[in-house]
Design a protein. Structure first.
Length: 175
């Protein structure tokens, strides 16, 4: 969905990475968990923290700070894992996104959202759906489906052991 296609207010879950505020379309968010221990998976990219057990299912967890080239942060009482559904090439993957803290669910009107900035041709910014404006603050609205490449998502899926959310839930029910 492009900015031009947004004609009504949309709800977003806002969260912090470092001092920046990001947002995800609420329809992509399943739940928010307190930080829990993450089991590291060998030979995965730096941004891949590992996996967690979510009601009997294995869910991969990624550190969005590292994915976006930010410094790794120490875990605090506010550190959380946002469970999201990512769609790529017709497949849906459930994964956890590590965030410094979750802020709120925010409703943004179309006139509060600007197109993503164009920053030259070498920097990839198509994962930014738009820039929300609230008071004097900008909120980067992420298109979670474009944050990871298909190769990165394949690694994440392999680490989680399930290709689709249905497989993970079937396994959780079976147990």
């Amino acid at each position: 969905m492009t900015i031009a296609e947004i004609t009504e207010a949309t709800q977003h879950l806002t969260f912090k990475l470092d001092e920046e505020i990001f947002a995800l379309d609420i329809s992509k968010v399943r739940e928010v968990l307190e930080f829990t221990s993450v089991t590291k998976v060998p030979q995965t990219p730096d941004f891949m923290c590992g996996v967690i057990n979510l009601r009997g299912g294995v869910v991969p967890v990624v550190d969005l700070r590292l994915k976006f080239g930010m410094p790794k942060a120490e875990k605090t009482v506010n550190t959380c894992i946002i469970i999201v559904e990512v769609s790529l090439d017709g497949e849906t993957t459930v994964l956890g996104a590590l965030a410094d803290s979750v802020q709120e669910v925010l409703e943004l009107e179309p006139d509060q959202i600007e197109p993503a900035p164009k920053i030259g041709t070498r920097l990839k910014t198509d994962f930014i759906k738009g820039m929300g404006k609230r008071d004097e603050q900008f909120i980067m609205i992420l298109d979670i489906d474009k944050v990871f490449s298909s190769d990165e998502l394949a690694i994440v899926q392999d680490a989680g052991g399930y290709a689709t959310p249905e497989e993970a839930e079937t396994e959780a029910v079976r147990r």
